[in-house]
Every structure is written in C-alpha cells, then in structure tokens.
Design a protein around this ligand. Structure first.
Ligand code: NAP
Length: 486
C-alpha cells in the first residue's frame, strides 16, 4: 500500500490564536506532520498571531516544544530544524489597530492566503473586519472558523451575516473536525463506491441505526465552558448531526462540495421534531476516583446534560419507519465512537425444521470511528462440524490498520487533512452556512423545551453506560443499545 501525498501550492497561513491550546496541540503539530510527509512546500509561511508579545524565535521555540509533546517527535529530529524557519510571529490584538500593517507586509502576493481563526468566536468579527479594512484579505483568501458556530439559530445567523460582509461563502471554511476523520469519509466510500450496501440502505431493509460517541473523561478543567453548552450543543448539533447526514443522505451526483452539502442539508431539513418522551438527558455522579458533574462544572445547581440519548426520525421516503438512535456522554464506560446499522431479519427462515438450531439473526454493520478505525459486518454462517444445521453469527472484521498495512495505518489527523483541504480550496468536508443554520433550527426547540421545563437530568454513575432511562428508551421499542466498549 503506497500512500499518495499530493503537494499543495505555496501558501501563507496566518493562525490567529497562535499561542492557544488548539494551535499548539493540533494545528502546529499537524502542519509539521504534513511538512514531513512532503505535502507542504518549504517556501510556505505559517504566521502566528495573538496578543502575547514574542519574537519569531520565541514562537518557534514554543512551537518546537508542542511538536515534541503532542506530535510524538524527538527533540533532535532533523525535520524540526527544516520546519521551524517556515514559522514566524506577529503580535496582534484582534480588537486593536497595531500589527496589521506588519502582517500585511509579510504576506506574499502570489501565494494562497488562508487565515485560521483559532480564537473565541466573539473575536471572529474583529478579525474579519480588520483583515478587510487593512487590505490583507482579498477575494481569493480563505478563512477557517472553529466551533462553536453560534449557540443557537439566532447567533449562528448573526455570525454568518457578519462573515458574509467580508467573505463569500466559498471563502469560509467552518471546521467540524469529525468530518476530517478517515472513517467518517469512509462512510461515503462504503456507501457510494460499492454496489453491495446501497440497495439495502433504506427502511425496507434497515431496522434501526445507532450512533454512539462515548467519552471517559469528564468536564473538569473546562467545566465552566461546558456548562454553558452541554452535550446537545457540544456534540449533537454538529458532530453527530454530520454522522447522521452521511449515513442518511441520498447519493450526491458527484463528490463535489456543494453536491455533497446539498444532500446533507436535505437530511437535516427532513428531521422530525424530537418528542420529550424520545430524549433522555443525564449528568454523571461522583465516584471514589473523582467528582461528579456538579463539582466539575463548579455549578451546584446545573441542569446541563453531560449525556444525551435520543430517538430521531427522518421524514422522507428512504427512512420512513427506521429510527436513528443517538447517544453521547462524558464519563462513560469506554471511549468509543461508532455507528451500528442493524438490518432486518430475513423475511422467512428455512432453518427452523428438525435438526437445526439457532434462528438467523439480523445482520449488523458496525463502522468504528475510534479506537481501531474499521468496519465489522456480522453475518450468519453454519457452525462447523457435525450436529445438524446449527447457525452462528460471526464478524467479518476489518481493522483498517490491519487491512492497509503500516502505511495505511499512518492516517493523517483530522486537522491535518482539513487544513490541507483549505489550501487546496476544497470545501467538501466543511459545513456550509445553511447547513449549520438548519442544524440549529432543529436543535433549538429541543434545547428551549428543556430550558423551559423544571426537570433535572437523570443521574448516572461515572464509568457506566449512561442513565437507566436511556435503556428504557430502547426497551420501549424492543431494542437494545450496543454495549459501550473500547
Ligand atoms: P485558548 O487556548 O484560550 O486560546 C485562545 C487564543 O486566542 C490564544 O492564542 C490567545 O492568545 C488568543 N487571543 C485571545 N484574545 C485575543 C485578542 N484580543 N486578539 C488576538 N488574539 C487573542 O483557546 P483554544 O482552546 O485554542 O480554542 C480556540 C478556538 O478553537 C475556540 O473557538 C475554541 O472553541 C475552538 N476549539 C478548540 C478546541 C481545542 O481542542 N482546544 C477544540 C475545538 C474547538 P493571547 O492571549 O496571546 O492573545
């Protein structure tokens, strides 16, 4: 398996928020890896910007530390010495007037210009305005904006409107790093590059779909931020919605940014409102190893959910009658993200006569996003040996790392891939403004109904699979959640 690296054109990438956590944990180590892979020309410039006063050399030294710490690179790796000269730094306060001229003077005319807004969303407007006012960004520049993109429909609309004053939609790259994950893109390959699944990919053959994103960590350390958000805003409105769209969408006519995003938008618009009875919120409790949510969030009265499970229906021809169950939470039993598609049982079993045992079970396709990215298709076979026609369900298991060899296993991190897509000018894996707004339009009533109610989230034990109520949500439909395990 030979990995193919297609170098990108020469670029100047400005990272606003270059002294921050995201820049140092993800963006800079990611750029280093792409450089090592030979994808970034050695003439490219990566210009850091933030309020902290520091020299180019200070910034390079900090970047080197982060690459070593978060990129698993040795201090004396010769590639580090080759990469660091690409970096430079300009002190800029997004709300001030200093530094912008200096930034402009460093940008080259013929290179691609990209601006990564790795700062709080409250600063997006200040930066966009100053880039335009100072003539730094032009109609070919790209901007990358981080989540959260608004906290409801109104704020997302305001953000879209504000950015639209300075940039065309084709210039705006709204990051949802889930879309950069290899297996998430594989969803499209599995569905649309094989004849096998698509004819069965509908309510006639699929009983239900489960989408699980489970984390073992709690919110300690970022509790005050999380408490204003909660699982629905933090995970469902964006990441899980994107997964749902990729599973449920119609085949786009082409693998083209707008063709793909048009189809995703249709799914979001077809989502039915979620009834109160079809949603369970939870909050993790203290255990001997740590505090509960209320202590971690430093808000003893918090009603914010650290867990949510819901039954979602898509109102269109393809999915009429097939529920999608979503669940996500913190402090759960294992860290895992997966999509499980349970097919219907065969309409008639020929194996029920004397001498046979074990009725056919429904086929199941499990797509694992993490850990051990891969796919697992459960099929029925005859149990080997004498003793009649005994059936047994076995997994056809494919871990991508095993199937594709060491080079295939060396998959770029989501951020690496997405930043390279920005430089290439490919928006397929980024959310369009109308998509984000449609997702909020569906999520807002769920959040509002909760905020108006006096209910508290259901308690659940840290290290468990979530609240009991979530089990009942499934039992009511005679179904079961898949076990949460790594
Ligand atoms: P952070 O660690 O708090 O960093 C914020 C950055 O903004 C710092 O570099 C800070 O540098 C800079 N900054 C603050 N005020 C500024 C101003 N007035 N002018 C210019 N720069 C200013 O935050 P983060 O975790 O990196 O997150 C950045 C963005 O990414 C946020 O929107 C966040 O929601 C999003 N995000 C982060 C993660 C993550 O894993 N960290 C994941 C998903 C999304 P100075 O203090 O030097 O100015």
């Amino acid at each position: 398996m030979v990995s193919r690296v297609i170098p990108v054109d020469d670029f100047d990438l400005v990272i606003f928020g270059a002294t921050g956590d995201l820049a140092h944990r993800k963006i800079i180590p990611g750029l280093f890896r792409r450089f090592v892979a030979g994808q970034i020309p050695d003439t490219a410039q990566i210009i850091g910007a933030a309020r902290t006063e520091q020299s180019d050399d200070d910034f390079r030294a900090e970047a080197a530390k982060s690459i070593v710490e978060f990129g698993g690179v040795k201090k004396d790796d010769p590639a580090l010495a080759q990469f660091l000269p690409l970096l430079s730094y300009v002190p800029i306060d997004a709300k001030g007037d200093g530094g912008w001229k200096e930034l402009k003077s460093r940008m080259r005319k013929r290179a691609i210009h990209a601006f990564y807004f790795s700062v709080a969303p409250a600063l997006f407007g200040d930066i966009a305005e100053r880039l335009a006012k100072n003539g730094i960004a032009d109609s070919k520049s790209r901007i990358v904006v981080e989540k959260p993109f608004g906290r409801d429909l109104q704020t997302a609309r305001a953000l879209n409107k504000m950015l639209a004053q300075y940039f065309a939609e084709e210039q705006i790259y709204r990051i949802d790093h889930y879309l950069g994950k290899e297996t998430v893109q594989n969803l499209m390959a599995v569905r649309f590059a094989n004849i096998l699944f698509e004819p069965l990919w509908n309510a006639q053959y699929i009983d239900h779909v489960q989408i699980t994103v489970a984390e073992t960590v709690g919110v300690a350390g970022r509790g005050s931020y999380y408490d204003k958000s909660g699982a629905i805003r933090d995970m469902v409105q964006n990441h899980m919605m994107q997964l749902l769209c990729l599973i449920a969408m119609e085949p786009p006519y082409h693998f083209d940014p707008d063709a793909v995003r048009d189809e995703k938008l249709k799914v979001i618009r077809a989502l039915e409102p979620v009834e109160a009875i079809d949603i369970v919120r939870g909050q993790y409790q203290a255990d001997e190893d740590g505090d509960g949510y209320l202590a971690d969030s430093e808000n003893p009265d918090s009603r914010t959910e650290s867990y949510v499970a819901m039954k979602v229906r898509i109102s269109n021809w393809r999915w009429q009658g097939t529920p999608f169950y979503l669940r996500t939470g913190k402090k759960l039993r294992a860290r895992t993200s997966e999509i499980a598609i349970t097919f219907k049982e065969p309409p008639h079993s020929i194996f029920e006569d004397a001498g046979t045992s074990g009725a056919p079970k429904a086929n199941e396709l499990v797509i694992r996003l993490q850990p051990n990215e891969g796919m697992n298709l459960k099929v029925m076979i005859k149990e080997p040996g004498p003793g009649g026609m005994r059936l047994v369900q076995v997994p056809l298991d494919m871990t991508f790392a095993d199937a594709l060899g060491p080079e295939g296993a060396d998959m770029p991190d989501a951020y690496e891939r997405l930043i390279m897509d920005v430089i290439r000018g490919n928006q397929t894996l980024f959310m369009r403004g109308d998509e984000v707004e449609a997702a909020w339009a569906w999520t807002d009533p769920i959040i509002n109904a909760w905020e108006e109610s006096k209910n508290r989230p259901e308690p659940y034990d840290s290290g468990s699979s979530g609240p009991e109520e979530a089990l009942r949500l499934m039992h009511r439909d005679n179904r079961r959640w898949k076990e949460i395990r790594a």
